[in-house]
Design a protein around this ligand. Structure first.
Ligand code: AMP
Length: 279
């Protein structure tokens, strides 16, 4: 990987990278297409990162299919695929990890206590391996993008600190369901139930467009939509200030507000979000 990047850089290329866990879909493809427009060398990493899964989570059953992934990459315009093994990424057995305080500890971090340490650690190591100028992430994982931005700006490693982090919009299915590798776990009935997530987000954003600025009312509206689906359990459904994910009671005109939802459908956990500017 180092040699490919060094050769490309020597010939004047810039490098864009897309870190993924594979089982690629159109959300990933949109990031590959965007990177290809800006960089002559595009690297897609495919690595199901064990350190970001909790002990009772789905690391073992997480979907994997490299042949399928190579086809998606080719259809998106092609890229170098970097698919390291666990031993290559963690020759030390992951004894040293990166912890980004505060932002890693709320919401997803509260439900999945070691998750963002695993994310920050693996993305730092992937940046060292791929040495990109720019890295592309999806807004689908909004809190993750904030953790990564903090990790990059706090890093003492040049190959990490100099990376530009770019966040691009969430790609959705026709019914609004955010594309996710985990959607493969869903039954037809689950998929129908899961559309409540997008309905809750759009319903709340419409209320905000009509002037609703009370956090409690916005969150209650999302809850009503989600609670109307019996097969779905809400982990959180919150309205928070978008750049810090901190809670506040009233949002002011012009403020960017993040609506964040996490639910469980059977054994599957899904997250989604929308960022709304208060009118
Ligand atoms: P993952 O393979 O799930 O770790 O995701 C790899 C990257 O793709 C992350 O930056 C995700 O935010 C992004 N991504 C995942 N799903 C989507 C989506 N539906 N739309 C846009 N980006 C996505």
């Amino acid at each position: 990987m180092h040699q490919i990047v060094a050769d490309a850089r020597a010939s004047g290329a810039t490098v864009g990278c897309i870190p993924t866990m594979g089982y690629l879909h159109d959300g990933h493809a949109s990031l590959i297409r965007a990177a290809s427009k800006k960089h002559r060398l595009v690297v897609v990493s495919i690595f199901v990162n064990p350190t970001q899964f909790g002990p009772s989570e789905d690391f073992e059953r997480y979907p994997r299919n490299l042949d399928h992934d190579l086809k998606v990459v080719a259809e998106a315009g092609g890229a170098v695929v970097f698919a390291p093994t666990v031993e290559e990424m963690y020759p030390d057995g992951a004894r040293s990890t990166i912890h980004i305080p505060q932002i890693s500890e709320i919401l997803e971090g509260a439900s999945r206590p070691t998750h963002f340490d695993g994310v920050a650690t693996v993305v730092s190591r992937l940046f060292e391996a791929m040495h990109p100028d720019e890295a592309f992430f999806g807004q689908k994982d909004l809190q993750q993008t904030l953790v990564i931005e903090h990790m990059v700006s706090a890093s003492e490693i040049d190959d990490v600190r100099n990376v530009t982090v770019t966040v691009l919009p969430t790609q959705r299915e026709h019914n609004g369901l955010a594309r996710s590798s985990r959607n493969v776990y869903l039954t037809a009935e689950d998929r129908e139930d899961a559309t409540a997530i997008y309905r809750a987000l759009t319903g709340a954003s419409e209320k905000m467009a009509d002037g609703e600025n009370s956090r409690a009312n916005i969150e209650a509206a999302m809850r009503r939509t989600l609670d109307s689906v019996s097969g779905l359990t809400v982990d959180y459904a919150v309205a928070v200030e978008a750049s810090t994910l901190q809670t506040k009671d009233l949002f002011i005109s012009g403020e960017q507000v993040a609506l964040l939802i996490a639910v469980r459908l059977g054994r599957t956990r899904l997250i989604d979000n929308m960022v709304v500017k208060m009118p």
